[in-house]
Design a binder for this molecule. Structure first.
Ligand SMILES: *Cc1c(COP(=O)(O)O)cnc(C)c1O
Length: 423
C-alpha cells in the first residue's frame, strides 16, 4: 500500500479510489454505521458506531433487562462481562487472558494502577516517592497523579518533564513510577515503550502506561515491553460508544501484590458471601470496584468483535499509509497557509492521528465540520485529524484535504467563532 501514486496520477482522486479498491481492509467499513456526507476523522476521540451496536442495545434493554430482569446477571453473563471483554481486548495490546478487566474510567483506573504501584514500591524502597511524567500528558493523567500524591502526603509528589530527552535525568533514585501516555493526545507522538520501560526498571522504577490513543490504533505488546501496569480507553479507537468503560491491565507478575484503595465489593474474593472483612479476589477481579454500567459494557463487545476480522499489523500499515498521504497532501495543497505539522514524520514515532497548528485552528476546524469533515480541536491552535483504518478511505483523505484547501484559500472560516463546551 504505497500512497505515492495519487501525486503522479492525472486524476489523483481516482488514484485514491484505486487504493481503496485494492485495500484488503476496505470491507470492514461496512461494519460501521456512518452518516452519509460525513468524513469522520475523529475516531481518536469518539469511535464510530459499529452496525451491531443498535441491535445489541435493544437486546440488553428489551430482553435481558426487560424480560429476564435480575436473572441476567447470571444468565446473560452480565457479572462476568468485565473479565470476558478484557480477555477479548487482550490480544490487541499483547496481554494474556485473565490480565485485563474493562471497567470504570481511564482516570479511575490510572488512580488504581498508580496507587498499587506506589504501594509495591513502598515495600521495596520507601524512599521512592516521585511519579515522573510529561507536562504534555493528557491533563486528567496529571490531575489524578497529583491528587493521589497530595492524598498520600508523606512526601509524595509528581515531577513533570518538558521534553522526552529530559526523562532520563528525571528518573532518579527517588522515582517510584514512570507514568507515560504511549501516544500523545495532542501531537500524536508515540514513545518507545520497551526502551522507556527498560530504562525505568533499570533505575528501580515501575512503568505505568496509558494506552488511550494506542489500543486499537497502533500495535502494542505489553509483555514484550515488560511493562508493569497499563490503562486505556474503549470509546476511542476501540469504538465502544460514548463514555464506554475503560480498561486496566495487571500482569500476572504483579497480581498477587496488586492492592488498590477502592476496595469495593466487586473486587472481593466472594462478593455475594457478604462477609464482614475485606479479602481481595485472586486474579484480575481485584482491580474492579463496584457494579458496572451493563449497557455501556455490552456495547464495547460490538467494537472488539470487529478487530477479530483483521490484525493490528494490517491496521497499522493502512494507518501509516493514510497519515502519510494526509501529511503530503496538506503540505502540497495548503503550502501557502500557516500550517505547522506537530506530528512526527518518522513512522516509529507516530500514532494514528495527525495534528497541524494554525493561528485560527479552532475556526478552521469549525468550518471543516460545517462542510462534513469532522476532526477536533485542542489548545493551543491544534487541529486534530484521526485516521481509523477500519473505516477511513483514501478517497476520504483526498476529499478532506480538498475541503481544507478550499476553506483556507477562500478564508471561509469565522475567526471569532465562539467555543462550544466540548471542542
Ligand atoms: C482520552 C484520555 C483519557 C480519558 O479519561 P477518562 O477518565 O475516560 O475521561 C485519559 N487519558 C488520556 C491520555 C486520554 O487520551
Amino acid at each position: 500500500m504505497i500512497p505515492a501514486s495519487p501525486f503522479a496520477a492525472a486524476d489523483p482522486r481516482a488514484a485514491c479510489q484505486a487504493l481503496d479498491a485494492a485495500d484488503p481492509l476496505a470491507p470492514l467499513r461496512e461494519r460501521f454505521d456512518l452518516p452519509p456526507g460525513v468524513i469522520y476523522l475523529d475516531g481518536n476521540s469518539l469511535g464510530a458506531r459499529p452496525r451491531t451496536a443498535l441491535a445489541r442495545a435493544q437486546q440488553v434493554v428489551a430482553q435481558e433487562w426487560g424480560q429476564d430482569l435480575i436473572r441476567s446477571w447470571n444468565d446473560a453473563g452480565w457479572f462476568a462481562m468485565p473479565k470476558r471483554l478484557g480477555d477479548r481486548l487482550a490480544p490487541l495490546v499483547g496481554a494474556q487472558p485473565g490480565e485485563i478487566v474493562v471497567t470504570d474510567t481511564t482516570s479511575l483506573n490510572l488512580f488504581k494502577a498508580l496507587a498499587a504501584a506506589l504501594a509495591i514500591q513502598h515495600e521495596r524502597d520507601p524512599a521512592r516517592k516521585v511519579i515522573v511524567t510529561e507536562r504534555s500528558n493528557f491533563p486528567t493523567d496529571i490531575y489524578m497523579a497529583d491528587g493521589l500524591a497530595r492524598w498520600l502526603e508523606r512526601g509524595y509528589s509528581v515531577r513533570l518533564v518538558d521534553a522526552p530527552e529530559d526523562l532520563d535525568a528525571a528518573i532518579g533514585p527517588d522515582c517510584a513510577v514512570l507514568m507515560l501516555t504511549h501516544v500523545n493526545y495532542r501531537t500524536g507522538r508515540q514513545h518507545d515503550m520497551a526502551a522507556l520501560t527498560a530504562r525505568a526498571q533499570a533505575r528501580g522504577a515501575l512503568a505505568v502506561w496509558d494506552l488511550a490513543h494506542s489500543a486499537g490504533a497502533v500495535p502494542v505488546d505489553l509483555h514484550a515491553a515488560g511493562a508493569d501496569f497499563a490503562v486505556g480507553c474503549t470509546y476511542k479507537y476501540l469504538n465502544g460508544g460514548p463514555g464506554a468503560p475503560a480498561f486496566i491491565w495487571v500482569p500476572d507478575k504483579h497480581q498477587a501484590a496488586f492492592r488498590h484503595p477502592l476496595t469495593g465489593w466487586w473486587s472481593h474474593a466472594a462478593p455475594f458471601a457478604m462477609m464482614h472483612g475485606y479479602a481481595a479476589a485472586n486474579g484480575i477481579g481485584r482491580a474492579l470496584c463496584g457494579t458496572q454500567p451493563v449497557l455501556s459494557l455490552a456495547l464495547v463487545e460490538c467494537g472488539l468483535e470487529i478487530f477479530e476480522a483483521t490484525t493490528m499489523e494490517a491496521l497499522r500499515a493502512k494507518s501509516l499509509a493514510l497519515t502519510d498521504l494526509f501529511i503530503a497532501l496538506v503540505e502540497l495543497r495548503c503550502m501557502m497557509h500557516p500550517l505547522d505539522l506537530v506530528t512526527p514524520r518518522a513512522h516509529a514515532e507516530r500514532g494514528s492521528h495527525v495534528s497541524f497548528v494554525h493561528p485560527h485552528g479552532y475556526a478552521v476546524m469549525q468550518a471543516l465540520i460545517r462542510r462534513g469533515v469532522i476532526g477536533d480541536y485542542r489548545e493551543p491552535g491544534i487541529m486534530r485529524f484521526g485516521f481509523t483504518p477500519l473505516y477511513t478511505r483514501f478517497a476520504d483523505v483526498w476529499d478532506a484535504v480538498d475541503i481544507l484547501a478550499d476553506i483556507l484559500d477562500n478564508e471561509t472560516y469565522d475567526a471569532a467563532a465562539a467555543r462550544g463546551a466540548v471542542t
